[in-house]
Design a protein around this ligand. Structure first.
Ligand code: ASP
Ligand code: MG
Length: 418
């Protein structure tokens, strides 16, 4: 069997969903399809959640109405007179409204997972119904019943063994050749919905590939495959047909948007190749990530991780002992769920690059109890693999660089965003 994953951009319009029907109907092997929420639905559901948490139920319902209208439009184009799509909308949006009208917004992270996870529930139900209507018969699965996770809401980790048992009971390709499930979502052992981190659908696809011993996992994207840089940020990008798991992990960690950092481990464990293929051009081969690569492409790779904050901590006197301070610093980083992009130390300071998230403020407060803390927001981290003087000059000339690091092959520059 194979796993196919379609992201939000692929399913943002009726046209995209028709294209999926086309791609899937040509596949002769058994398929497990993982799908994200449509377009920018996750962002919109985050706003629904914010309003709900502020106990402004009306504002939450108004935003939800926008989300519903967007989906209704797509359903109208896909189903025309057929009522299957509108029935899906009625029941799912009815459920969400029930939560908003009666729920008490006590725990932000838990409510986030309860409400925001509906984006994927809606998209998969619509697409499953549409494929059935097109005679591409398939079975819909609720990943909140199949992927068992820990209770680390908004950033949950899948428990592989427990999930495996559930998957094996529910997935039987002799009954259905195609299964459809949601990316990004699961549930803890109490059955509370959890989410796996923003852009986590790739991770879901990799986990499902691992659990079902897939021969391959394919992520369909709106790019020709893996490129050496994001074409929205750089000109003259180069296609990279093959890449090792190791290189892919490094790229993802540095901030490459192409795959979620957690995606590689479940695949690497079973040596399952990961294909990245262009959604708009299914005939093209795209790129593949696998254990070993015969002819690695020697081209500099540029990755930009945006929305960074440079945090610097110093002792109040000269009593700084790195070995004593580091473990404590990491405890705070872990506790406040900060995502570290870079670390540098000197005799009397430690500088850490982190993603700018809603948890940062709490971490800075706690650090300030014992240290002098300063920080710069509005930064981006440029990582160049295979760095050479020309490419360095080209990408950093005229930029304000606050911190840089280099090894023989890799240069990293934390700079003010432009
Ligand atoms: N819908 C989720 C997000 O936008 C998960 C994903 O698309 O991978 O973050
Ligand atoms: Mg997405």
């Amino acid at each position: 069997m194979k796993v196919y994953k379609f992201g939000g951009a692929s399913v943002r319009s009726a046209e995209g969903i028709k294209n999926i029907a086309d791609i899937v109907s040509k596949e002769t092997e058994n398929l497990f399809i993982i799908i994200s929420a449509m377009g920018k639905t996750t962002n919109a559901m985050e706003i629904v959640l914010e309003n709900f948490m502020k106990a402004d139920r009306q504002a939450a319902l108004n935003k939800l109405a926008e989300v519903e209208a967007y989906h209704s439009q797509i359903v109208a184009e896909l189903f025309e007179q057929d009522t299957a799509g509108t029935e899906v909308l009625k029941s799912v949006f009815g459920e969400i409204k029930g939560h908003i009208n009666t729920g008490i917004g006590d725990d932000y992270d838990r409510w986030y997972d309860c409400l925001v996870s509906y984006g994927e529930v809606i998209s998969t139900k619509i697409i499953s119904a549409y494929l059935n209507k097109c005679n591409v018969s398939n079975a819909w699965l609720d990943m909140r019943e199949l992927l068992v996770t820990d209770s680390n809401y908004r950033e949950a980790n899948v428990r592989m063994e427990e999930s495996q048992e559930k998957m094996e009971k529910s997935v039987d390709f002799s009954k259905s050749k195609i299964y459809i499930g949601q990316g990004f979502i699961g549930a803890n052992t109490q059955g509370n919905p959890t989410t796996l981190g923003r852009e986590g659908s790739d991770y879901s696809a990799a986990v499902v590939g691992n659990l079902l011993d897939a021969e391959s996992v394919t992520i369909w994207k709106d790019v020709p495959g893996i490129l050496n840089a994001d074409p929205r940020l750089f000109e003259n990008t180069v296609h990279i047909p093959e890449m090792t798991y190791l290189d892919a992990v490094e790229l993802a960690y540095s901030g490459a948007q192409i795959i979620h950092p957690k995606t590689i481990k479940p695949l690497q464990n079973k040596e399952i190749p990961l294909y990245v293929r262009p959604f708009g051009n299914p005939e093209a081969s795209g790129s593949v990530i696998k254990a070993t690569v015969e002819n690695p492409k020697e081209v500099p790779v540029l990755i930009v991780r945006k929305n960074q904050v440079l945090v610097t901590i110093r002792p109040r006197d000269f009593s700084f002992v790195l070995e004593e301070s580091l473990p404590w610093l990491f405890t705070i980083i872990h506790k406040h769920r900060l995502k570290v992009s870079l670390i540098q130390s000197s005799a009397i300071s430690i500088s850490v690059g982190v993603d700018n998230t809603r948890y940062l403020e709490g971490a800075l407060d706690e650090l300030a109890n014992d240290f002098k803390v300063s920080y710069n927001t509005g930064m981006e981290l440029l990582t160049i693999r295979g760095i050479n003087p020309d490419i360095e000059k080209e990408t950093t000339a005229g930029r304000e660089i606050l911190l840089s690091q280099r090894t023989r092959r890799i240069g990293r520059f934390l700079m003010k965003e432009v």
